[in-house]
Design a protein around this ligand. Structure first.
Ligand code: URP
Ligand code: ZN
Ligand code: ZN
Length: 474
């Protein structure tokens, strides 16, 4: 099947050009300034992108679909979550398979593969969450790398659940250094946080804002510092997930300045939401935005620091950490966020974003005048693909790359609200935000999957991606 996208402005992380794109067999086979007329004669489909941007499908390297958490499950399944992603111009996700304590990692990987297989609208890969670090799981890391799982997430938070000790973290880092894989770190001092949470509840401080107050910035930056030091000694690359504190970013920046293979991501919700505006509000509404690391106080200057770090490249990626739970009780999912009414420690952690990320970053980054179109593509498409060993198959428009392409209309606008999102969820963190631009058409491996605001793909079109190593490593 041949498709031509003609008349648009092709934008990659490095180029902005008036060009036509020829797609065949799911791949980009030519990009040229002329030729569209000739190509169109033999093509099955011609997409007129005049006046529009033609950009790579976005890559979200941090999602959680169907994750068990806090006594419930993330409300988006692989089916609903990847459809929502497609609506927002994301054509690749990397989700987290979870090892059950006491069981092999392989069993967790197989379980998550089974959840995804035949259900995804877009291509997908997996990181592995290591719940046990021991001789057996360390041996399994290399075998999983062979199967395309080249990243392993460890938690310095959530004692008694997903938490790993420094010794366990260090051993996993040594193994990653040997195998050529990478540790992803949830960097928060969970031991200190648990003390603060217990003390807050004992004082009757039960509102959602105490979730942030009991996770002060130093509990993040201390863990970032400690994990960087451990990685340096182990000689392993480190990727710090969902960074929200300016003090943590400062630690990462220092390590990078020393030449360490250290990387970091933040998420749109940390750039957009604050305790003052969104969490410390009347009633229980603030629970919608309870996640870890937490949304921070605007007055402390974290958002400016995150934007600055993204702009200068000390944070390389914007991902979503999509982990959504219904605010109001749902017929299918039951009680979710409201589990924590009267006790913030029982609010399931996480919020939606897989659909919104690409367009929110366009609005707040490009339209907001913080960076240009190429940097938007770099943060949301190219750097994620390179960091997770998927480039140039994903994350760019180049001859030979998968034809994962978004036609983006800068002349249309819309407002985010519960009626303009498509996931299995009853709110958006960007309610009321006007986007002056809009995803128009989305192709995954050459197939049109979203058109006229409608998902027209086929269930199970998404394929598992065997990933290589981090391509930023020197
Ligand atoms: O609040 C969060 N981040 N929920 C998802 C699990 C995690 O730690 O990434
Ligand atoms: Zn985490
Ligand atoms: Zn996460």
């Amino acid at each position: 099947m041949t498709t031509v996208i003609k008349g648009g402005t092709v934008i990659t992380a490095t180029e902005t050009m008036q060009a036509n794109v020829l797609i065949d067999g799911g791949k980009v086979v030519a990009i040229a300034q002329g030729s569209a007329q000739t190509w169109a004669e033999g093509a099955e489909r011609v997409i007129d992108a005049t006046g529009k941007y033609v950009v790579p499908g976005a890559v979200d390297v941090h999602t959680h679909f169907e994750l068990p958490f806090g006594g419930t499950f993330v409300s988006d399944s692989f089916e609903s979550g990847t459809r929502a992603a497609a609506h927002g111009g994301t054509t690749t996700i990397i989700d987290f398979a979870v090892q059950t304590k006491g069981e092999p990692m392989r069993a967790g990987f197989d379980t998550w593969m089974a959840k995804a297989e035949g259900n995804c609208a877009i291509d997908y890969g997996f990181h592995m969450i290591m719940s046990d670090v021991n001789d057996d799981s360390l041996k399994e890391m290399g075998a999983l790398v062979e199967d395309g799982v080249t990243t392993f997430k460890l938690f310095m938070a959530y004692p008694g659940v997903l938490y790993s000790t420094d010794g366990e973290i260090f051993r996993a880092m040594q193994q990653a250094a040997e195998d050529g894989s990478m540790i992803m770190m949830h960097a928060e001092n969970g031991i200190a946080i648990d003390v603060l949470r217990e003390q807050a509840i004992a004082r009757g401080e039960t509102d959602p804002k105490y979730h942030t107050i009991t996770r002060p910035p130093a509990t993040e930056s201390e863990a970032v510092h400690r994990s960087l030091a451990l990685a340096e000694v182990a000689g392993a690359p480190l990727y710090v997930v969902h960074m929200s504190a300016k003090e943590g970013v400062a630690e990462l920046t220092l390590a990078r300045d020393r030449g360490q293979n250290a990387f970091g991501e933040t998420c749109p919700h940390y750039l957009h939401l604050s305790v003052e505006d969104d969490i410390d509000v009347p009633g229980f509404e603030g629970a919608k935005y309870v996640c870890s690391t937490p949304i921070r106080f605007r007055s402390e200057g974290h958002q400016e620091a995150l934007w600055d770090a993204l702009i200068r490249g000390d944070l390389q990626i914007v991902s979503t950490d999509h982990a959504d739970f219904f605010y109001d009780d749902d017929e299918e999912m039951g009680r979710q966020k409201r589990l924590g009414e009267g006790d913030f420690t029982l609010i399931p952690n996480g919020l939606p974003g897989v659909e919104e990320r690409f367009q929110v970053m366009y609005q707040e980054g490009v339209i907001g005048g913080r960076f240009n179109l190429n940097r938007w593509i770099e943060m949301c498409c190219t750097a994620p693909a390179k960091m997770m060993g998927l480039y140039p198959q994903k994350g760019t428009i180049a001859v030979g790359s998968d034809a994962d392409i978004v036609v983006y209309d800068p002349a249309t606008s819309f407002v985010y609200g519960v009626d303009t999102i498509h996931g299995n969820i009853d709110y958006t963190a960007y309610d009321g935000l006007e986007i002056t631009g809009k995803v128009d058409t989305v192709l995954s491996r050459g197939n049109v999957i979203v058109e006229n605001d409608t998902y027209i793909g086929t269930k199970g079109h998404g394929q598992y991606l065997k990933r290589g190593m981090n391509q930023y490593l020197v």
